[in-house]
Design a protein around this ligand. Structure first.
Ligand SMILES: Cc1cc2nc3c(=O)[nH]c(=O)nc-3n(C[C@H](O)[C@H](O)[C@H](O)COP(=O)(O)OP(=O)(O)OC[C@H]3O[C@@H](n4cnc5c(N)ncnc54)[C@H](O)[C@@H]3O)c2cc1C
Length: 537
């Protein structure tokens, strides 16, 4: 390995996903020289994502779709999701800036639409690009804020929205003069007298790695999400190839941003932190191995909310699935099923031993099947087909169903009776599910779907880590144990504590990456401005 000469930048971005690219654009707009390094091709989890951006407060798309929202309403809703992960002041800023975030994304080439999904879904079809992507309409959230659809989806087919969103942001960054080096893994921070002044990284040229490397990396990335063991084996083989081709480089800058994602692919940290979430199928890329967070720790940074995870156990689409009820291993009701899938899973994981079943009667099951083609996207269809064929239990009465599930029959019957009684009496579901999604469970045969959080190939409960480095909410600087800023060091996105560090709803992670990435980019640009003006004086 050789060492090449030092280069100078204003900002070095470690990890070129949503957070890194947003910081790079913001800093480059202010005239900063930016170097972005990514151990992969760039894009990270962002490019694999559903491309949903949580935005509200009266965006043009909300207005065009007739959705009544304002920043204060958005704040009152999000306060319930955020639960103090960031201060109220920061959350207010996030909500106030939200319409501008959409305008900013459009200036970088992103595109959205006001086509509002008319039914409850965890991800809209290709006819819809605006939807209720969280708990806005569900009890108890709806009692504190007017329900407003805020899930803005980048226009693209199927699951390409994330890929397109990242591609537009990356293209914009490159147009603005950002230098981007893929296959460049940052191993170490350069720290001089307590100030972070640069990084040491290993890099390999695309030409040396060859076209097969790129193709296989893409395959490994996809497999990593849906068949983790196979994906990990292929990634390990590719990593050996990369190590052989890599050379070491040292580079300096006024600021280093850690934007290398989370740690769902770090087995040791998952053993330490995940607790009841240990069986989620890891979402993201091999880059989510916590190395970015480790870099922050090496400079004296501290972490928070490392035990917070999100697991996606989506009951819908089709929306009629939500009409069934969820019970735990004791036959007791879990929670209202119209909650967002990750919120539902959080209740199941934390209070019901991560075990649950969705119980439906024959009419609900038939209704769900009828809705399937019109309400599901292609990737959801495969999962529904699994549920309708081999992925369910069926029995002529509830006692027989309980027996198959190994759940106490008397408890299950009592739970269903209480639910039916609420609906038939006109009082509504005792657990508070919306009336339009509550129907009786009376007509056999009865069906059950296993909702438990476990790593299954056909019906996985995928998940992400939410905690990370503590940062100064004004500037994005990484904080040390005494709560002081570490000069020259910033963190953003899933490497940092942000708006979604305690609870995730669809779109909130990318929205937080944009918010925290741009904040760090602006801080570096401000330092630059003040240095230039003092140099001129
Ligand atoms: C299938 C899927 C669907 C999702 N859908 C949504 C959605 O619709 N909306 C939403 O808000 N969230 C969604 N999420 C979550 C969201 O995509 C991520 O939480 C978010 O994109 C993380 O962004 P980031 O910038 O922090 O990290 P990433 O986008 O993961 O980028 C980090 C980058 O850092 C690189 N890196 C890591 N370590 C190093 C190192 N040491 N040196 C150099 N480079 C390094 C990685 O290679 C990677 O490219 C989804 C996630 C997945 C996987």
């Amino acid at each position: 390995m050789s060492t090449t000469p030092t280069q100078d930048y204003d900002l070095i971005v470690v990890g070129f996903g949503a957070a890194g690219v947003s910081a790079a654009i913001e800093a480059a707009d202010a005239g900063a020289r930016v170097l972005a390094l990514d151990r992969g091709f760039g894009g990270g989890a962002t490019a694999l994502s559903g491309g949903i951006v949580y935005a509200g407060g009266g965006t043009p798309y909300q207005q065009a779709a007739g959705v009544d929202d304002d920043p204060d309403n958005m704040f009152r809703y999000l306060q319930q999701e955020v639960r103090g992960a960031v201060s109220d002041e920061t959350l207010r800023r996030f909500c106030e800036q939200s319409p501008e975030t959409i305008a900013w994304l459009e200036r970088q080439g992103a595109s959205f639409q006001a086509s509002l999904a008319p039914f409850k879904t965890s991800y809209p079809t290709d006819r819809h690009y605006l939807y209720y992507s969280g708990n806005e309409k569900a009890h108890p959230y709806r009692d504190k804020a007017r329900p407003a659809a805020r899930g803005h989806r980048q226009i693209a087919k199927g699951l390409d929205s994330g890929k397109v969103l990242y591609a537009r942001l990356k293209a914009s960054a490159l147009r603005k003069g950002v230098t981007f080096l893929p296959h460049s893994m940052v191993d170490e921070l350069i720290i001089e007298e307590g100030v972070v002044t640069g990084v040491r990284y290993r890099t390999a040229d695309s030409a040396t790695l060859g076209p097969n490397y790129e193709r296989l990396s893409l395959v490994a990335g996809k497999l990593g999400n849906w068949a983790p063991a196979v994906g990990a084996r292929l990634s390990a083989k590719l990593a050996t190839e990369w190590r052989r081709a890599a050379r070491s480089v040292e580079v300096r800058a006024r600021g280093v941003l850690l934007a290398g994602g989370g740690f769902v692919h770090n087995e040791e940290w998952m053993d330490r932190w995940a607790g009841p979430y240990r069986d989620i199928s890891p979402l993201g890329t091999v880059g989510d191995d916590g190395s970015s967070i480790s870099l922050g720790l090496s400079a004296g940074g501290v972490t928070d909310h490392m035990d917070r995870m999100t697991a996606w156990r989506f009951i819908n689409p089709p929306s009629a699935m939500t009409e069934g009820i969820s019970v735990d291993g004791r036959g007791q009701r879990i929670v209202n099923e119209d909650l967002y899938g990750a919120t539902f899973a959080d209740h199941m994981v934390r209070s019901h031993d991560a075990r649950g079943y969705l119980i439906l009667d024959a009419k609900q099951w038939r209704k769900a099947r009828r809705q399937t083609l019109s309400q599901t996207n292609t990737f959801q269809l495969a999962q529904q087909l699994y549920l309708y064929t081999i992925g369910h239990e069926k029995a002529h009465d509830l006692a027989a169903l309980a027996h198959k599930l190994d759940v106490p029959a008397a408890e299950l019957e009592a739970t269903v009776t209480a639910y039916n009684a609420g609906i038939l009496s006109g009082k509504g579901d005792p657990a508070g599910k919306a009336r339009e999604l509550s129907s009786t469970i009376l007509s056999g045969p009865y069906f059950a779907v296993d909702l438990s959080v476990k790593n299954s190939l056909f019906y996985p409960a995928p998940g992400l880590t939410l905690g990370g480095l503590k940062v100064d909410e004004e500037t994005g600087h990484v904080l040390n144990e005494s709560g002081e800023r570490i000069e020259g060091l910033f963190a953003a996105g899933r490497s940092a504590v942000g708006v979604c560090a305690i609870g995730y709803i669809s779109g909130l992670s990318i929205a937080d990456c944009l918010f925290s990435g741009r904040r760090a980019g602006r801080t570096v640009a401000t330092v630059l401005d003040s240095t230039e003006s003092s140099a001129k004086a």
